[in-house]
Design a protein. Structure first.
Length: 153
């Protein structure tokens, strides 16, 4: 399936199975095209299968892929999590106890599934901007393209 030339509507439906229907409906067609054409790349199916095998067992993370409480407690970098309330993989309430072990982490439960930034990009961008500003890294003002130009200088 990963190698076949999937039509965009079919790929959007497959994308929705992982991220939720609303996220798939909101995803730009250009993003879907990049993903579906990349999936046709030689060796892609093998790469995806190897990644999934490396991090997951049978529908469960491999123990060696999971950070323990001590490791999480050493993550001192300010970190923000935007977690969709309807995430099909892990509910935010199940993640919260682990996120709270990180001394500088913040969890925002937002409407949406596994990719809430597709469903409400403005809200998610606002939460990220607020986190960056609060931690001393305010984004440059202006548009994304002017910010990209500043980074290239």
């Amino acid at each position: 399936v990963l190698r076949s030339p999937t039509p965009r509507p079919v790929y959007r439906a497959l994308f929705g199975m992982g991220l939720g229907r609303a996220a798939a409906a909101a995803a730009p067609s250009e993003l879907l095209d990049v993903l579906r054409f990349a999936a046709r790349r030689s060796g892609n199916a093998r790469t995806v299968a190897a990644l999934m095998h490396a991090i997951n067992g049978f529908r469960r993370p491999r123990p060696e892929s999971v950070m323990g409480a001590d490791e999480l407690g050493r993550v001192a970098v300010p970190t923000v999590f935007l977690w969709g309330r309807e995430d099909a993989y892990l509910a935010p309430g199940d993640a919260r106890p682990w996120i709270e072990k990180m001394p500088a982490a913040t969890l925002h439960e937002v409407p949406g599934g596994h990719g809430p930034w597709f469903e409400d990009p403005a809200r998610c961008a606002g939460l990220i901007t607020r986190q960056l500003t609060a931690t001393g890294f305010p984004p440059a003002s202006g548009t994304g393209s002017s910010h990209a130009a500043e980074l290239q200088r």
